[in-house]
Design a protein around this ligand. Sequence first.
Ligand SMILES: [Zn+2]
Length: 495
Amino acid sequence: MDIDAYRYRPPKTNYLPHNIEIDDPLVQEYDIPLAKADDRENAIFFSKMKMAAQEYNIVRPKGYTVSYHATDEMEKHHFGQTHPMKPWRLTLTKSLVTSYGMPFAMDNYNTRHATYEELNAFHSSDYLDYLATAAPEDQPRDQDSEKEPKFNLGGSDCPLFHGLYDYCSMSAGTSLDAARKICNKQSDIAIAWGGGLHHAKKSEASGFCYINDIVLAILQLLRLYPRVLYIDIDVHHGDGVEEAFYSTDRVMTVSFHKYHPETFFPGTGGLEDNGPKSEHNPGAHHAINIPLNDGITDEQYENLFKTVIGSVNERFRPSAIALQCGADSLAGDRLGRFNLRVQGHGACVRYCKSLGVPMILFGGGGYTPRNVARAWAYETSIAIGAEASIPSTIPEHAPWRSHFIHDTLFPTLSQSLSEPRNNRNTEKRLREIVAHVNEQLRFVQHAPSVQNSIIPPDLGGIRDDVEDRLKEENEAHNEGLRKTREEGLGQAMEL
Ligand SMILES: [Zn+2]
């Protein structure tokens, strides 16, 4: 393979190490001009990548294809100096993925922007119009600002920054491209670390998420695959995706997250929240929530994950999987609360891969960039089946290497956390969670044979149908009651 045959665009901006001192790795300085690597630097880096691939035996996996969807353009955006979301974490991820030589085992695609029409498949036009035209604000508005935030835009969580619409449409484009490669069978595992923004709603930004790329990607998958299983291992509840597919039995959502109704965002996703309460609604029992407490360990999480997803897989028989790999569930995350290590997080990806159905891996949360990069690089190696052959020491030629602080892909808990977080998850509680999930799954029709004729983007239509049907049934029920009462009274009630 020579450099021209290498399908990833040759490294351009901020690919190579630049000696920039940053005091606080959590607060990234973005106003530093990122020097453009010249052709010679690119060629040197490329040859090191190639050598790494040979040394670590990075080859295309046998019997299946992995595709990697990314764009350098996303990395340049920033939400503001103090905002925890740092697109720069994608740069660090790329640093590890490329320096281990992993691109040689994958089809690498440079992502395009999603079009307005594509975003419109889920998001409302008035929301998109505002998102595309609202003026950027250098300072997020504070809570008691006189200006009412429209669509929840412009506050401290979802600031209006320069290039916002571009950023959102690239994130969505990444996930849509991944979904399309899965649908046309050009890929079996498609990786979209720039996506995974699970909180965004139809007409509202929420929790650092503006466009719900996951919903858009699942809508694509539903064109071909009868049943899609959405799994979310971000530390936050995957509320936006759950809500979007609330009334359908073609998508089952399973979210593992820290749950506290008052003190932890978004406050939803309790154990008893399993979709619509009415049995007449096809979406009933198709939302599974695994509420957890601070400090859960790799061992507990992995056991719970395999037990729950094993049962869900058995019952629901998904034909495709959408896995959101939010890395804020890792120990030492700036916003997270768990004690997961890179290995424990990655074990979920490995298990899903073992189920042998087409899968998209999305990014998501993750606010300590160096650890986000570790997790997503390790999970990329799992996708290509190279997790056992890559060395745990980060390659010497990895760009931005000093930003990883420790030179290992697998920091210990004490390396990730300044003080250990107490584990507040008892075995008894975890057993209760499993029992509840199994109880819910009893109501799920075994591998429901759904009609593919109901395909998105009519999903809104499905919900309307369901609501209309419920209304009719309700009216019929009331009519029945009225008649009974009339008969009891022996006279007409109405005038
Ligand atoms: Zn999160």
